[in-house]
Design a protein around this ligand. Structure first.
Ligand SMILES: Cc1ncc(COP(=O)(O)O)c(C=O)c1O
Length: 378
């Protein structure tokens, strides 16, 4: 991030929301008791027991899910889970479906594993299920059967969109018909600005053929490297039994003890109310500024949660030009190419992350961006 820049570049939580007094107190309470020497040892493969209990209760309270501990595992963030699932379920040469666009680092992980990737287009409401069906049918006709669909159903990165429940049900039907796993990367679910969020794939499919990933990165702190994986017992067992988990044990026991303590003290709800309101006010500022300044032929999404809005520029305006000119004016953002398997599909898109931009900078940054878009037409 450039100094003195107005940055809409990265989807990180606001730095001011990280080291709260409550998180500090939870660290103190772990290091000042006998928990410390346990927390600093290798931990159980499935994850720190106290955190598993906290997660089970969180999922019951927030999603009305009644799950057994056997359906849960602590992971070192969503990234760890996606990497592990790809290694165990896709393997080299396996076929994986992703949304177009999708989270850029998930593409990196899939490419590390040398899987074959196919994209399914999205509209403003998320994954287009008829396009998914067509893609899978075409692959079958060529003798290829996808082993998993990677999807970000809520407050998508980069588009900010949320997939409606009816579409989720259609995806589940297709997964059952064609036998692929649904890997739902739900790292933004807790950051909803509205009272309800559609039920997860995991809930809608009664826990069958779905692996659902959550994370504390966007809500508490990414440096904790802590998340969870929810899935059928046999899949969780497979993850618990894999080589990297066997050697080294469960993910990050030290921070798991801290977060379990933090949640047991009742700090989570208060913190979530604060951060939701922080990001909602930034989302509101961004949408108001887009409305105020953007030329009539620019389109953008209206996220109901999370960190991002996604802009579509007119066909003759290139995101790379806008990005370069905006940087000269001290405003930075991501252009669309990195979010697509085929980078040129993102040539007319920009992702604006409002999560880290100071409230007062948002209006100024978007005003400059609108001027730059007009210059880039020339
Ligand atoms: C969709 C998505 N998944 C995963 C991650 C990374 O999550 P974690 O820090 O839990 O590995 C991000 C971060 O930007 C993300 O946007």
């Amino acid at each position: 991030m450039g100094e003195n820049c107005i940055s809409f570049l990265i989807g990180h939580p606001d730095p001011g929301a990280l080291l709260t007094a409550e998180l500090y107190a939870s660290v103190q309470s772990v290091i000042n008791t006998s928990q410390a020497s346990i927390a600093l040892q290798y931990g159980p493969e499935q994850g720190t027991q106290s955190l598993l209990e906290v997660l089970r209760e969180k999922l019951r309270r927030e999603q009305d899910l009644s799950i057994q501990i056997e359906n849960l595992m602590v992971v070192a963030g969503s990234t760890h889970a996606v990497d592990m699932l790809t290694r165990l379920y896709a393997r080299s040469g396996g076929v994986v479906l992703v949304e177009a666009p999708t989270y850029a680092d998930a593409i990196h992980i899939f490419r590390d594993h040398q899987v074959e990737l196919y994209a399914v287009p999205m509209d403003d409401e998320g994954l287009i299920t008829s396009a998914l069906e067509q893609q899978v049918a075409e692959l079958y006709a060529r003798g290829k059967s996808p082993c998993m669909l990677y999807t970000i159903p809520n407050f998508h990165n980069p588009t900010g969109s949320t997939l409606a429940e009816a579409r989720r049900l259609e995806v589940i039907k297709l997964a059952r018909r064609y036998g692929f796993l649904i890997v739902e990367d739900d790292v933004y679910r807790d950051l909803s600005f509205e009272a309800t969020v559609p039920r997860s794939f995991y809930a809608l499919a009664n826990g069958k053929q779905v692996l659902s990933i959550g994370s504390f990165s966007k809500t508490l702190a990414p440096g904790l490297r802590l998340g969870w994986l929810l899935g059928p017992e046999d899949a969780i067992q497979r993850c618990i039994g894999c080589g990297t988990t066997q050697m080294g044990g469960g993910a990050n026991p030290f921070t798991a003890h801290i977060v379990a303590e933090y949640c047991r003290q009742g700090y989570w709800e208060k913190h979530m109310a604060q951060v939701r309101s922080l990001y909602q006010s930034r989302r509101d500022a961004a949408l108001a500024a887009l409305e105020r300044y953007m030329p009539a032929d620019v389109r953008w999404t209206r996220p109901a949660g999370g960190f991002f809005t996604w802009l579509r520029l007119p066909e003759h305006v290139f995101a790379q030009d806008v990005k370069r000119l905006a940087l000269q004016e001290g405003v930075e953002m991501a252009s669309g190419e990195g979010f697509f398997l085929n980078p040129s599909d993102g040539a007319h898109h920009l992702r604006l992350a409002y999560s880290c931009a100071a409230y007062d900078d948002i209006d100024a940054g978007i005003r400059i961006l609108a001027q730059v878009i007009d210059r880039a037409r020339a």
